[in-house]
Write a protein that binds this ligand. Structure first.
Ligand code: NAD
Length: 441
């Protein structure tokens, strides 16, 4: 089938490439000329394991193309996926900014010339399907045309770092439709992925929109729940690692997202949790558990600062080393990562300098601190600890689950390590004469 993707970044690029991989003819559109030019040369502007190879193979086969021409995009696809961003609104950070989504709906209404389906792949608040329908109808009406179309909700659940696998072998495919015609079209798109263990769930548009938020809110709640227990565990000198393990061994609970630490970052969880709570308010509904999950996370993100304050009379003149900047391993995405929050707070506290390292996310973060002389980004991981007073571990890359603590001890000026992800062990205190503090242990 001819498919067009609007928004060619983490979600859109993976969606487009994987749909080409299973045989569809895909045109990916983006307003960012640099991204599109680079993609045309098989230069993937994001780090996503396995994606580069798929992009190259499918562009060579002619099934995957890239363009900035919005009109050509609408004319190409029978199915038009809208995968543009829904970041926090600039004025009200708790709300999703729908301006990009609305713009694509407008473009669709402006150029559509025959029956096509407009599919919201972006994470959008409940009711956005109807909003897009109205926008498209209005644009077609302005052209004095009568062209049929359907709007569909098809939220995406892929995780950065394992996005290709998540798309090709998903836990489920959720599709919200309001017509048999669009349901059949969606089935035709996803048939190649359907198998015994991959079910396609057809539902109405609003339920599909809400499923995505419910899933993210539940994951966020699990993380905040265990962090709540971890914070109490510190007060009573208990050990959260033992507690969470023995809790998750109960099959009804399951272990994923039950590790204590400095909270969830990610471009999706924080913004989606806040947006759900805000949407609730619009419908006069008070999400109590989910709002609490968000509150706990806001506190947790600053936990490292709390620990530092408990260890030093003042943070002025402190030399800080940071290991890893992305919001999680295996991605270069630094949106709402703990590192960004911590760096900004430390700078306000007048620390002497911050030296940070990440195997792939450094270029993104560097852009944000181009004019801040106190922040540096050495190319080698161990260079950041040179003369540092404290080392903060903020993301759990496998590469350093067992680092050279002897080398760290030798390089550091003072000897404090704060492990924000609980990946190391208290035993390093005795073994390497380092002071070690983790979360909830
Ligand atoms: P993003 O904001 O990083 O990328 C959006 C892209 O859309 C950008 O490249 C931008 O240039 C482009 N764009 C903006 N306006 C456009 C227009 N009018 N026409 C064409 N392109 C346009 O977003 P993302 O991380 O890829 O996420 C997109 C959506 O998918 C969001 O709603 C997000 O919540 C959801 N989602 C993301 C992930 C993820 O892992 N990143 C996973 C599941 C769902």
């Amino acid at each position: 089938m001819n498919i067009t993707i609007f928004g060619t970044w983490y979600a859109g690029l993976v969606t487009g490439t994987c749909l080409a991989e299973v045989g569809h003819d895909v045109l990916c559109i983006d307003v960012d000329t640099r991204k599109i030019e680079s993609l045309k040369k098989w230069n993937i502007p994001i780090y996503e394991p396995g994606l580069e190879e798929l992009v190259e193979r499918n562009t060579k086969s002619g099934r995957l193309n890239f363009s900035t021409d919005a009109k050509a995009g609408v004319l190409h696809g029978k199915a038009i996926f809208n995968a543009v961003g829904t970041p926090p609104d600039r004025e009200n950070k708790n709300k999703a900014d729908l301006s990009y989504v609305k713009e694509v709906a407008k473009t669709f209404g402006n150029y559509t010339n025959e029956y096509k389906v407009f599919i919201n792949k972006s994470t959008v608040p409940v009711g956005t399907g109807k909003l897009c329908q109205d926008i498209i109808k209005h644009e077609i009406y302005k052209r004095e045309k009568n062209i049929a179309f359907d709007v569909v909700s098809n939220p995406e659940f892929l995780r950065e770092g394992t996005a290709v696998k998540d798309f090709l072998v998903p836990d489920r495919i959720v599709v919200g439709t309001e017509s048999e015609k669009s349901q059949k079209l969606m089935h035709d798109i996803y048939k190649p992925l359907e198998r015994e263990e991959v079910k396609i769930l057809f539902t109405d548009i609003k339920s599909a929109e809400l499923i995505k938020y419910a899933a993210n809110a539940f994951l966020a709640t699990k993380i905040s729940f265990i962090n709540d227990i971890a914070n109490f565990s510190e007060k009573v000198w208990a050990n959260i690692t033992d507690i969470s393990e023995w809790v998750w061994l109960d099959k009804r609970i399951w272990k994923n997202f039950l590790s204590a630490g400095i909270g969830y970052g990610w471009s999706c969880l924080p913004k989606d949790v806040k947006a759900l709570v805000e949407t609730g308010k619009e419908y006069d509904y008070d999400f109590q558990i989910i709002a609490a999950a968000d509150r706990i996370n806001e506190y947790q993100k600053l936990k490292v600062l709390e620990i530092l304050k408990s260890q030093f009379k003042t943070l002025k003149w402190l030399r800080v080393a940071i290991w890893w900047l992305a919001f999680k391993p295996n991605t270069d995405d630094t949106r709402e990562s703990a590192a960004g929050v911590v760096i900004n707070k430390l700078l306000k506290k007048d620390v002497a300098c911050i030296s940070a390292y990440d195997p792939i996310a450094t270029p993104h973060m560097k852009q944000e601190y181009l004019h801040e002389k106190r922040v540096s980004f050495p190319e080698q991981s161990y260079d950041v600890v040179e003369d540092a007073d404290v080392l903060l571990l903020l993301t759990e890359w496998d590469e350093f689950r067992a680092p050279d603590f002897k080398k760290i001890k030798k390089s550091m000026k003072w000897n404090l390590i704060i492990d924000g992800r609980n990946i190391w062990d208290q035993s390093i205190e005795d073994e390497f004469d380092l002071k070690y503090i983790s979360i909830g242990r």
